[in-house]
Design a protein around this ligand. Sequence first.
Ligand code: S1T
Ligand code: MG
Length: 540
Amino acid sequence: MNLTEQLLHALKKHGARQIFGIPGDFALPYFRIIEESKILPLYTLSHEPGVGFAADASARINASLGVAAVTYGAGALNMINSVAAAFAEKSPLVVLSGGPGKGESRSGLLLHHQAKTLDSQFQIFKEITCDQVRLDDAARAPADIARVLANCLRHSEPVYIEIPRDMVAVPCAEVIPLAPPAVDQDALNACVDEILERLAQARSPVLMAGVEVRRYGLEDKVATLSRRLGLPVVTSFMGRGLLADQDAPLVGTYMGVAGFPEVTELVENSDSLFLLGEIICDTNFAVSQTKIDMRKTIQALNGRVNIGYHTYADLPLTELVACMLARVGQVDKAFEITPQVFPRGLKADAASITPTDIATAVNDLMAEHGKMPIASDMGDCLFTAMEIAHTALVAPGYYATMGYGVPAGLGLQAATGERALILVGDGAFQMTGWELGNCRRYGWDPIVLVFNNASWEMLRTFQPESSFNDLGHWGFADMAAGLGGDGVRVTTRAELKAALDQAVATRGRFQLIDVTIPQGVLSDTLARFVAGVKRLNANK
Ligand code: S1T
Ligand code: MG
């Protein structure tokens, strides 16, 4: 077998289920092998940021590797932001890039797509990946690929694999996956003893499930652990959607001053907050009413456990959860929680539409037709998602890049076969919404809700005096047919309900609902967030 085929088999063995990509002349040779070998299905999209976002979403929704295949230079460097988002949010994304062959650097000519040096791209990707390799030696390639893919899964962070175009068809041995490193059982048991003791002594312990719980495929185990320990569970803003399909005592999403009061009170009054796989970042904790004393928390992240002022190193989350589960017996504790209540019963009248009306309409829709997984972009649409009943959600809740929503919804349907509900603002749709034009080729049919307030509204809330936030109204509904879908513009709540009913009844074509939202009208959640941030800033 050749080097590319061995790489593809290795990707599949490590959990990859499809590849998203855009070729170029440095990539044509390996793309041909991808297509002809049929080892993994290939979906080409229209712009590399979308390729990265779709591959990232496929990794998150399946808790496995996502694969983004691009050409050298113009392709790979065009995807930097998507890979940075995956790195920041611990998504195991594999970047495959074509590259110049060995002899090409000796021509004495500068190569097209070359930035500074031929090695610049490799160096740039070092900053946003946990491991990298250039496959320029077939003898070393199997071990290099095994190491890089093992690190991608172990750290749940992107990796970079450059395939020189003169190496793609070179004979190559099989890639043997590496066994995970041994864990110090004494340290693991001591750590679990200490955690269980702290939780048992606490008056009001709370478990906050973070993204690593999903990345390592631990949601069902964590749900069981929380029931056995009698721990109410919350998620952070970034962790929204976690445990949605599990039997867990899930209270809701913590957003400090912007969140639901009963969740804020539970978290900020806890005397033992167990942060399981949670990234300690500003979008998750900056809006705390009372500064959470991180020293009183138990933090398990990145293979380390911090308790008070000491750290247990090299304890993978998977091992920690398994060891705790083995200790907590077989019986669930009986205890009550007050789960977050979500808006229901949209008045289908002639009133204009607010983002919270959209959440209400979606809650009604899911109550009638069943849950849909959601892909959300950054903007008020993501704050509105906090008002939608718990369901699987992929969104850039920490790195906060725009452009994620539509490609991520396509990646979600490619990876699971499930129809996605996509939430996206008009500004973000201008960036990557056109990827919808690829749905027809692949039979994808998401329902797309465009929050069209003709504005970069999140920015206007913080700087209302700037007119550059005015975008003017784009008629996205009119553009849908040309892209192979159906589009409708709605301006009243009655029209919104009718459009959603029509969309859910129509399969095989994407359904775009261009929702006109009066400028300055925010979701209840974003309004609380903005007021809270302004209040916190005023008190600094
Ligand atoms: N460019 C990219 C790729 N991502 C970003 N997050 C930004 C710029 C900055 C930015 C925001 S929110 C926002 C911008 C430009 C406006 C979003 O507009 P739209 O999609 O219409 O949503 P809404 O009207 O609901 O705000 C964040 C704060 O950095
Ligand atoms: Mg907008």
